[in-house]
Design a protein around this ligand. Structure first.
Ligand code: NAP
Ligand code: LUD
Length: 284
C-alpha cells in the first residue's frame, strides 16, 4: 500500500483563494492590505521564498513592498527600517526574512517589530499569546502544518504525535499547536537517545531538522501521517528531511517536497497579512 500524497500546493491555492475574498471585502471599505518584506544579503534560498511571497501578494490583492538591504547593513540601519515600517499606515504587516547575516542580532530585530504587524508570529509577545491560547498571529509554517493535518481529516485528540526538531520557528511552535488540539506530543531533537523508538510509535510524525532524507521509511509506523517540513538542496534537487521513496511505502499519508509545507507557509502568511489589516481597521 502506498500513502496518500497530501497536496500542499493545491491546499495552499485554496487558502489563497479564501484570502482573496477577504481582500475584496476590505477593498469594498476602501482598505488595501499592505505587507512589507525585508531581505538582508543575497541568500539564494531566501530570494526564492521572498519572490514567492511577493507573487502570492499580487495574486490575492495585497499591496507589497520589498526592501532589499546589502549584506553589510548594520543592525542600527535594519532597526531603523523596521521602525519606519512600524509607523506606516499603509503597511499592516512587517516581515524580516531569516536568516540574517551573522553580525545582526535576530532576536533584537524580531522584538523591534510592532506586535500588531508581526505577521510571522515570531515576536515573543506573539509566541507567548500562542502558548496561552490567546488571539495572536500564528507562525506561518506551524499553522500551515496544522491546516494540512486538518485536511487529512485526522482527529488529533489522544493521538501519539512526534515532532522531530525543536527550533523556535518550526519544532517548538508546531508542538504547542498540536498540544492545543489535544494530541500527546513528544518532541525529539539532536540529543534524543533513541529517535527510531519515538518515530516508530507516532500516529502523526512532523519532521523539521534540516537533514536531507534523515528519516527512513523503516522508522515510520505503518499507516502514519507524515509531515515533512524539511527543505534541503542536494545536487541542485530539493529533498525533504524524510526519505520520500521509502516513507511513501509505509505511511498512510505524506507531504511531498516540494509541494508540501512550503506553499502552505506562504498561504498562511497571506492569511496573517489580511488578518493584520482587518484588525488594524476594525473600527474604521
Ligand atoms: P534548525 O533551526 O536548524 O533546527 C533543527 C532542529 O533539528 C534542531 O532542534 C535540532 O536539534 C534538530 N536536529 C538536527 N539534527 C538532528 C538529528 N540528527 N536528530 C534529531 N534532531 C536533529 O532548523 P529549522 O529552522 O527548524 O528548519 C528545519 C528544516 O525545515 C530545514 O530543512 C528548513 O529548511 C525547513 N523549513 C521549512 C519551512 C517551510 O516552509 N517548509 C519553514 C522553515 C524551515 P537541537 O535543537 O538539539 O540542535
Ligand atoms: N524567515 C521564513 N525563513 C525561512 N517552498 C520561509 C519558506 C516558502 N521571517 C521569516 O518563508 O516564514 C518565514 N519567515 N521561511 N520559508 C522557510 C523559512 C523565514 C520555505 C519554502 C517555501 C517559504 C516554498 O515555497 C517550495 C515548496 O516547498 O514547494 C519550493 C520553493 C523552492 O525552493 O523552489
Amino acid at each position: 500500500m502506498t500513502a496518500t500524497i497530501i497536496d500542499g500546493k493545491a491546499i495552499a491555492a485554496r487558502k489563497r483563494a479564501e484570502v482573496a475574498i477577504r481582500v475584496q471585502a476590505l477593498e469594498a471599505r476602501g482598505i488595501t492590505p499592505g505587507l512589507a518584506v525585508v531581505i538582508v544579503g543575497d541568500d539564494p534560498a531566501s530570494e526564492v521564498y521572498v519572490r514567492g511571497k511577493e507573487k502570492a501578494c499580487d495574486e490575492v490583492g495585497i499591496y507589497s513592498t520589498k526592501h532589499t538591504l546589502p549584506e553589510t547593513t548594520t543592525q542600527a540601519e535594519l532597526l531603523a527600517l523596521v521602525g519606519e515600517l512600524n509607523c506606516r499606515s499603509d503597511i499592516h504587516g512587517v516581515l524580516v526574512q531569516l536568516p540574517l547575516p551573522g553580525h545582526i542580532d535576530e532576536d533584537a530585530v524580531i522584538e523591534a517589530i510592532d506586535p500588531a504587524k508581526d505577521v510571522d508570529g515570531f515576536h515573543p509577545l506573539s509566541v507567548g499569546k500562542m502558548l496561552v491560547g490567546q488571539q495572536t498571529f500564528l507562525p506561518c509554517t506551524p499553522h500551515g502544518v496544522m491546516v494540512l493535518l486538518e485536511e487529512t481529516g485526522v482527529d488529533l485528540t489522544g493521538k501519539e504525535v512526534v515532532v522531530v526538531g525543536r527550533s523556535n520557528i518550526v519544532g517548538k511552535p508546531v508542538s504547542m499547536l498540536l498540544l492545543s488540539k489535544n494530541a500527546t506530543v513528544t518532541i525529539c531533537h539532536s540529543r534524543t537517545a533513541d529517535l527510531d523508538f519515538h518515530t516508530g510509535r507516532a500516529d502523526v510524525l512532523v519532521v523539521g531538522v534540516g537533514q536531507p532524507e534523515m528519516i527512513k521509511g523503516s522508522a515510520i509506523k505503518p499507516g502514519a501521517i507524515v509531515i515533512d517540513v524539511g527543505i534541503n538542496r542536494v545536487d541542485g534537487r530539493l529533498v525533504g528531511d524524510v526519505e520520500f521513496d521509502t516513507a511513501v511505502e509505509r505511511a498512510g499519508a505524506i507531504t511531498p517536497v516540494p509541494g508540501g509545507v512550503g506553499p502552505m507557509t506562504i498561504a498562511m502568511l497571506m492569511d496573517n497579512a489580511v488578518t493584520a489589516a482587518e484588525r488594524a481597521t476594525a473600527h474604521e
